[in-house]
Design a binder for this molecule. Structure first.
Ligand code: TZP
Ligand code: MG
Length: 211
């Protein structure tokens, strides 16, 4: 059985992880309560992705926190990652599933774009839904959807969903009320002076909302 907990999903962006870097940011954020980690480096070559991924895998060893690789199937396989996450413009989920086998966690980004592919529950394990708010982290993002549309898109799929895009601690209540199992963040952790404390605060909010 694939086990994963979408509660607090850290998406790493190398440009936003300075000066600590992605590995140290991850180590600290996991101490603070992050439950999933995704390596998302749009500019990296496969070789570089594999190198960083191996370092992240070592940092996550023994924590139970899965490492997910964005887009790069070849790198995900070479790293022996726990999962792969693809977007609407990437290889289709059934092609990815055929390449990575049944053990890897497969995530798909879902937005309200008119050509958005529905997530096939036979191949996909979770959906990332957003962007909930406009964000500077992903410059080519589709229009922000807000909480109502978030709830609608989550309701359209039987798969567990994580909300993404401009999410800060004060949005967690509405994201979870919209049906999300958790929140995915870049700048709310990566860009923070103390990623451990930032993660702890977000994790605390999640616990409070669930109580
Ligand atoms: N996909 C939709 S929005 C986004 C991605 C990868 C970026 C989210 O970053 P932030 O800093 O949490 O707004
Ligand atoms: Mg992508």
């Amino acid at each position: 059985m694939k086990q994963f907990d979408l509660s607090l999903y850290l998406v790493l962006d190398p440009d936003l992880c300075e000066p600590l870097g992605m590995v140290e940011t991850t180590r600290l954020a996991v101490r603070g309560g992050v439950t999933m980690v995704q390596l998302r480096d749009k500019k990296a070559t496969t070789a570089h992705m594999v190198e960083t991924g191996m370092a992240l895998k070592a940092a996550l060893a023994g924590t139970g926190v899965p490492l997910i690789i964005n887009d790069n199937v070849e790198a995900a396989i070479a790293i022996g990652a726990d999962g792969i996450h693809v977007g609407q413009e990437d290889m289709s989920a059934d092609e990815v599933r055929a390449r990575v086998g049944n053990e890897m966690i497969l995530g798909l980004s879902v937005d309200r774009g008119e050509h958005a592919r529905p997530a096939d529950p036979h191949h996909v394990d979770y959906v990332g839904v957003g962007p909930v708010f406009p964000t500077n982290t992903k410059l080519d993002h589709s229009p922000a959807i807000g909480f109502d549309e978030l709830a609608k898109l989550i309701g359209m799929s039987p798969l567990p969903a994580v909300a993404i895009g401009g999410i800060k601690a004060e949005h967690i209540g509405e994201c979870l009320n919209a049906g999300a199992k958790g929140v995915a963040v870049v700048s709310a952790i990566c860009g923070q002076p103390d990623p451990e404390e930032a993660a702890r605060h977000l994790a605390q909010m999640i616990r409070e909302v669930r109580r």
